[in-house]
Design a protein around this ligand. Structure first.
Ligand SMILES: NC(=O)c1ccc[n+]([C@@H]2O[C@H](COP(=O)([O-])OP(=O)(O)OC[C@H]3O[C@@H](n4cnc5c(N)ncnc54)[C@H](OP(=O)(O)O)[C@@H]3O)[C@@H](O)[C@H]2O)c1
Length: 233
């Protein structure tokens, strides 16, 4: 986005990654902010920093930070659920709450929540992750209807498996657990698709042919999809 002239507050916990991002030549400014989105003070600092860039206005909030875990629910600790919900649900919701007054003054502002196809159709061994993505899906649908009168759009982006570092930092997960590499999108492709959805003020986009097949087959016949996924269990 900064390549296209936007001023961006970029947030992550790893300072070295943010520093190299900020050093890239861009048209707009990249303001690095090192912090954990599960921390309330960090969330306030993110919104304050973004609001300072242009007289209290924020045009776009992208809730992208996300983590996952793989494995049976019965074997998992409560901490896996807690960590996943904190990052994937409570953090984006509370960032949205803090951003709203500033978004209301933005020009055709957008809240973009990065969800997953697993926020539309749940599968085995990812119960906590699916629950977190269903939660952000439901929150997004509700908020979209609430904010429409103010001209604020809520865009839900649902990628399929992406060739990112996601699977290197799974929470409380056996090292042998992995996900299919077939048809993985690159992070760059996901980012471009998300940006296109934001620019055209889409309510929801499901990325990848495989993702669309999963979601639309489930919408047509949940019992058939339940049977297929049970057999793969
Ligand atoms: N990868 C997939 O297959 C896939 C599929 C569907 C949806 N998604 C969703 O896509 C989004 C992006 O994931 P990704 O695939 O790009 O994973 P990734 O490569 O692991 O990137 C996650 C990003 O979030 C940041 N982050 C994680 N926890 C954070 C925290 N507590 N505070 C601040 N920043 C945090 C990470 O930076 P630091 O580690 O430096 O904090 C990193 O920049 C997530 O919401 C994910 O659920 C991913």
């Amino acid at each position: 986005m900064s390549d296209r002239g936007a001023n961006v507050v970029a947030v992550a916990r790893r300072a070295d990654r943010l520093a190299s991002l900020a050093q890239r030549p861009t048209v707009g400014k990249v303001i690095p902010l090192v912090g954990d989105v599960t921390n309330g003070e960090t969330r306030q600092a993110i919104i304050d920093t973004a609001a300072r860039v242009r007289d209290g206005e924020i045009d776009l909030l992208v809730n992208n930070a996300g983590i996952g875990g793989i494995g049976p629910f019965a074997d998992a600790t409560p901490d896996r659920l807690r960590q996943i919900m904190e990052v994937n649900f409570f953090a984006p919701v509370e960032l949205t709450r803090l951003a709203l007054p500033h978004l209301a003054h933005g020009r055709a502002a957008v809240v973009c929540n990065i969800s997953s196809v697993l926020g539309h159709r749940a599968v085995a061994n990812k119960s906590e992750y699916c629950a977190s993505k269903f939660a952000i899906h439901g929150f997004s649908d509700s908020l979209r209807a609430e904010l429409a009168p103010q001209g604020i759009q809520v865009t839900l982006v649902s990628p399929s498996t992406t060739d990112s570092e996601f699977f290197d930092s799974l929470v409380h997960t056996d090292a042998n657990q992995t996900s299919s590499s077939i048809g993985r999108w690159t992070p760059d492709r996901v980012a471009r698709a998300a940006l296109a959805a934001i620019k055209t003020r889409k309510s929801e986009v499901i990325l990848s042919a495989g993702g669309k097949a999963l979601v639309y087959a489930d919408r047509i016949s949940p019992p058939i999809m339940n049977a297929i996924l049970r057999s793969k269990g």
